[in-house]
Design a protein around this ligand. Structure first.
Ligand SMILES: Nc1ncnc2c1ncn2[C@@H]1O[C@H](COP(=O)(O)OP(=O)(O)OP(=O)(O)O)[C@@H](O)[C@H]1O
Ligand SMILES: [Mg+2]
Length: 384
């Protein structure tokens, strides 16, 4: 099933939160940015929470690597690109460590306790490197801004997880990694510190201590003990929070936009993810097949004579074998397009009724406002 042309525009008009998810590199950040531009052009005040956008894309949204503050794009930038902007677009780069720090401050019983934990070496490691931290903090930030009255729509980009499922499982994974059994083990290990050895810890609690070798120098045991007791204090808070985050994602005003490339492994992953979303009762909004190869003109084939005539008509002087190479390139493009079309047809039958929107592969990467606006048109009109 191809999408009704209004599949994504309906989502943009009716939801308060859109979350782009998918395998690494398929176009989650690009889709989130283009959806944000689309909604802002339709008059919404949009907050786009983005993760590690390519430098030029970030610049075109007015954000630099240096800032994690919310930055509202000057509408003059859109006008300069010939794009009418009825609403507003605010972009914000997600910062995992900072989000985690904010949580610690909120849940600590005193400022002194918070400061102690924040300056703990182990905390500094855990807050950036523990499995699921980045994904969980993305959701955490979402919950924090979701009801902000300054915005009508929040679009959340998700981290480049090697496996899209990491994102859905993030709260559990984080909780597991920090769970009290592990912590108990630490405490015991610490109490029996006669037998305590880095090697033993590294073997027994790999999840938490992966990379522990980096934390060197004196005061290690003290740092560990302090960390355990401070974190245990916060535990109740985090656990309750994780389930609230999960609950938020089940809301009727939320929709996930699943992004994939036309390649079978990415499709397989996105379908599995779609199933998991359904199991988790999280609303699946639409499926975007990005970087789709559109069939070139004259898909029935061109001859070398046609190619030579085309070259001559343009007054080009090319190498002798240019017509043959053009014919070959044209044939490759036709085959690629038909392969993508077949993959997407197969996907449509397995996508469980999710509207499927295709986005063609553009000639360049997506790095400026004009290209984002072009993509936003494509998304709002049902694709390709
Ligand atoms: N339709 C398209 N045509 C051409 N280039 C595209 C298209 N969509 C995305 N790109 C380019 O592909 C690259 C990867 O896109 P993007 O950063 O959005 O992927 P991602 O899923 O967010 O990746 P990660 O998992 O690393 O976060 C970018 O350079 C982007 O400009
Ligand atoms: Mg990205």
């Amino acid at each position: 099933m191809t999408a009704p042309p209004d599949a994504l525009s309906t989502l943009v008009d009716t939801r308060r939160v859109l979350v782009t998810v998918g395998a690494g590199g398929v176009g989650k950040t690009t889709t989130a940015a283009a959806l944000s531009v689309a909604a802002a052009r339709r008059g919404k005040r949009v907050l786009c929470l983005t993760i590690d956008p390519a430098k030029r894309l970030a610049e075109s949204l007015g954000i630099s690597e240096m800032t994690t503050e919310a930055v509202t794009v000057d509408n003059g930038r859109f006008e300069a690109a010939g794009v009418e902007m009825k609403g507003s677009l605010t972009a914000m780069m997600l910062d995992t460590k900072r989000t985690f720090d904010e949580l610690v401050v909120r849940y600590s019983s005193s400022k002194a306790k918070a400061d102690k934990l924040l300056s703990n070496k182990l905390y500094q490691y855990v807050s950036t490197s523990l499995a699921g931290t980045q994904e969980y903090m993305a959701m955490e930030k979402l919950v924090a801004v979701k009801d902000d009255p300054r915005y009508d729509l929040v679009v959340l980009d998700t981290p480049p997880t090697a496996n899209a499922l990491d994102f859905l499982d993030a709260p559990e994974r984080l909780m597991e990694a920090l769970d009290s059994a592990t912590m108990k083990w630490f405490v015991e290990a610490f109490q029996n510190s006669g037998k305590f050895s880095l090697n033993l810890i590294a073997k027994s609690a790999a999840a938490v201590l992966k990379g522990i070798g980096k934390i060197t120098g004196g005061g290690f045991l003290e740092a560990m003990a302090e960390f355990i007791s401070e974190l245990n204090d916060l535990f109740g808070g985090f656990k309750e929070r994780a389930s609230r985050v999960q609950q938020t994602l089940r809301g009727g005003d939320v929709a996930f936009v699943l992004v994939t490339s036309p390649a079978p492994p990415a499709i397989k992953e996105v379908l599995y993810f779609a199933e998991r979303l359904e199991e988790a009762r999280m609303p699946r909004g639409a499926l975007v097949v990005n970087r789709f190869h559109v069939s070139p003109p004259f898909a029935d084939g061109v001859s070398e004579a046609d190619a030579a005539a085309g070259i001559a008509a343009r007054g080009l002087s090319l190498e002798e074998d240019a017509p043959a190479r053009l014919v070959q390139a044209h044939g490759d493009a036709v085959r690629l397009a038909s392969l993508d079309a077949a993959n997407v047809r197969a996907l449509a039958t397995t996508a469980g009724g999710m509207p499927t929107v295709r986005i063609a592969e553009l000639e360049t990467d997506v790095h400026d406002i004009a290209l984002l606006a072009r993509l936003s048109d494509v998304l709002m009109s049902g694709g390709v």
